[in-house]
Ligand binder design. Structure first.
Ligand SMILES: NC(=O)c1ccc[n+]([C@@H]2O[C@H](COP(=O)([O-])OP(=O)(O)OC[C@H]3O[C@@H](n4cnc5c(N)ncnc54)[C@H](OP(=O)(O)O)[C@@H]3O)[C@@H](O)[C@H]2O)c1
Length: 375
């Protein structure tokens, strides 16, 4: 979990926290904490928080954020060494997804609106386990969470979990591709130069696919170095015209969304199981606008009708979302240590410059990831 604070609590299957870690989920119990292995520690830590949603000015630095404690036996406390910023962190600063996330933080609706503040944003970290819940078997205090690729620094490792698990969800869970069935498959990646795209190119190449990357001209050298076989510059003329000269695709990963949906599916092979997966969906926005129940209903209707329309045209249309998975993070760590996937870091910032890091991500045009060094 990228947290703009010095430590965080992670719980498998319960929160969307991701990092290289794995532990077992069990039911709540009254005694939950293994004896702390740390020497008596301070009860507060520095953190970047927000007290209301808004533009970057809402970020506030505090030295006095309460240190987290273990509430459930499957939790670990991690001392964050590095954290990476994702577009969703910037969007959440502005209130995006607040309805759904407040429900997740407070399923019984005990808190009133606004009680989530002061709120610490973020989701991607690399760090060291400080303390484990009683049922945590996979980790012990002192582990570099976990188990991060041995060949990477914390800064490099923090750039991977969220984008890797999102790409894996889209490509494998939703798209059905894996290391056994991917050889020679023709894959098109829209938005190939960003965090998800730069990871997706590498995993698809590691699995033997033929990758076409769509990006801006200045990113073409980067995506070629990562393994892309063909590169299309979407700012140079019409993308559709350029794609017409290529053979149709088995799989499209769309990291851009919007108008891409109106033409991208035309470039899939028909009636052969070819699939278009988009990561850009109105799921959380619908809940923000319409509330939980109506928002989910609207989402179901939208995705259902689009999937049905494209099904009759011989292709599959799907939405994908980030999905937490310890075992898959272990697979990624193996691919990284084998030299098949490398972190792509565009810029790093010190902890004192968290607002600048968010601004950088907000400006867009990412070329890989933005990382904050916390320790
Ligand atoms: N559903 C989920 O659970 C989930 C999870 C993670 C991410 N996402 C979403 O997926 C998208 C990608 O995430 P990310 O982390 O990779 O974002 P990112 O790091 O900001 O990358 C986006 C990339 O797309 C490029 N781009 C913009 N317009 C383009 C176009 N028309 N054609 C080709 N490339 C274009 C940008 O560079 P240029 O503008 O310079 O071309 C940038 O390199 C975001 O919208 C994010 O919110 C969804």
């Amino acid at each position: 979990m990228m947290e703009f604070l010095k430590t965080c609590v992670l719980r498998r299957n319960v929160c969307t926290a991701v990092c290289f870690w794995r532990s077992k989920f069990v039911q709540k119990s009254s005694v939950v904490r293994k004896i702390s292995t740390t020497s008596p520690r301070s009860t507060v830590m520095p953190a970047w928080v927000i007290d209301k949603y808004g533009k970057n000015e809402v970020l506030r630095f505090t030295q006095n954020m309460m240190l987290p404690i273990i509430h459930y036996p499957n939790e670990v406390i991690v001392k964050v060494h590095a954290a990476s910023v994702n577009p969703i962190d910037v969007n959440m600063r502005s209130g995006y997804g607040a309805t759904a996330l407040n429900m997740k933080r407070d399923p019984l609706h005990i808190k009133v609106k606004g009680e989530e503040f002061p709120l610490t944003l973020g989701r991607d970290v690399s760090g060291v386990v400080m303390e484990c819940g009683l049922d945590v078997k996979y980790f012990k205090p002192g582990d570099e969470v976990s188990h991060k690729p041995r060949s990477l620094t914390h800064t490099q490792a923090a750039s991977l979990p969220y984008v890797a698990l999102t790409a894996w969800s889209a490509i494998n869970k939703v798209g059905g591709l894996n290391d056994k069935n991917c050889t020679g498959k023709r894959v098109l990646i829209l938005g190939a130069s960003g965090g998800v795209g730069t990871f997706a190119i590498q995993v698809m190449k590691a699995w033997g696919a033929q990758v076409t990357a769509v990006c801006s001209q200045d990113a073409s050298e980067l995506v070629r170095k990562l393994g892309a076989d063909d590169v299309i510059d979407y700012k140079y003329g019409n993308v559709e015209e350029q794609l017409k000269s290529l053979k149709p695709f088995d799989f499209i990963l769309d990291n851009v969304g919007g108008s891409t949906e109106t033409w991208a599916l035309n470039f899939l092979k028909k009636w052969s199981g070819a699939t278009y997966v988009t990561l850009v969906t109105p799921f959380l926005l619908n809940m923000d606008r319409l509330g939980i129940a109506d928002g989910m209903l609207q989402t179901g209707v939208t995705v259902g009708s689009k999937a049905l329309k494209h099904f009759w045209q011989g292709v599959h249309y799907r939405w994908a979302f980030f999905m937490a998975s310890g075992p898959y993070l272990d697979e990624i760590a193996d691919l990284v240590d084998a030299g098949k996937i490398q972190p792509v870091i565009e810029q790093t910032f010190p902890f004192s410059k968290v607002p600048e890091a968010l601004l950088k991500v907000e400006r867009g045009h990412a070329r890989g990831k933005t990382v904050i060094n916390v320790v």
